[in-house]
Design a protein around this ligand. Sequence first.
Ligand code: ATR
Length: 277
Amino acid sequence: MKIAYLLAYPAGHSISPAMHNAAFEALGLEARYEALECPPEDLAEAVRGLCEARSYGSNVTIPHKQAVMPLMDALSEAARAIGAVNTIINQGGSLLGHNTDASGFLRALTDDAGFDPSGRQTLILGAGGSARAVAYALLSAGVKTLRVYNRTHAKATALAESFAELGDIEAISREELATQAEQATLLINTTSVGMAKAGEDPDVSPLPVDLLPHAGLVCDIIYRPAKTRLLKEAERAGLNVQNGLAMLVYQGAESFQTWTGQDAPVQVMRRAAEAAL
Ligand code: ATR
């Protein structure tokens, strides 16, 4: 029996176990996926445990995506560029830190939304960890321009500086947002604004409705609710929309593939994720 783990704190709300266990079952693999509730002080020991023979490795999520980096034996190019690890691969006792968020996002764009980002003018809202993965994905895919708007401008500036070598990326101010949003044909929300959270009103949008792009695709990496206020307003304005479920499924599919060496049953994983939501 092989095991893939999830290192998280708290671990309770994740839908990754449902997704991966459905995939193991569909392929008839003697394997399971297990969420480990791992407080920060137990992280180093949990990571050491990933070296054992029965372990495929793990996924890594909040709050450990950066903290595991110095505990890895090696890092993939994507993990190093993004500055976060969401997947650990046990290679015979040696741990490779990798990141499948960027490739998951790109595959969701191309395969599900049918959108080719190359040569596009693009705009990201937010400058946290998810924004870094999306920025790396878009610059790697050859977008024409990438603009980053964030409530805290200094974080957008820092993000843009750290990816400057990969393409035309700039942080923009609130004053520039109207022009940049109008010109963009791909806009991605990576902030948590509009996410369903206990005790909070999810009927809020990170972008005033009059600043929506004039054409193209609006993505939200939020998948709960399935349609955020941003996506509802974009749809009403005649734009194409995509939520974060496809990205979630494809980042999981790529993790699965790196662990097992087999193509992930993507439709099975998507159905399991939807059922678990
Ligand atoms: P993640 O890893 O999911 O990206 P994160 O690193 O905590 O999470 O980043 C959250 C992002 O959502 C940030 O860009 C944050 O803006 P700040 O840098 O100004 O904090 C953004 N965000 C969260 N709540 C917000 C709000 N109420 N209004 C605007 N932006 C918000």
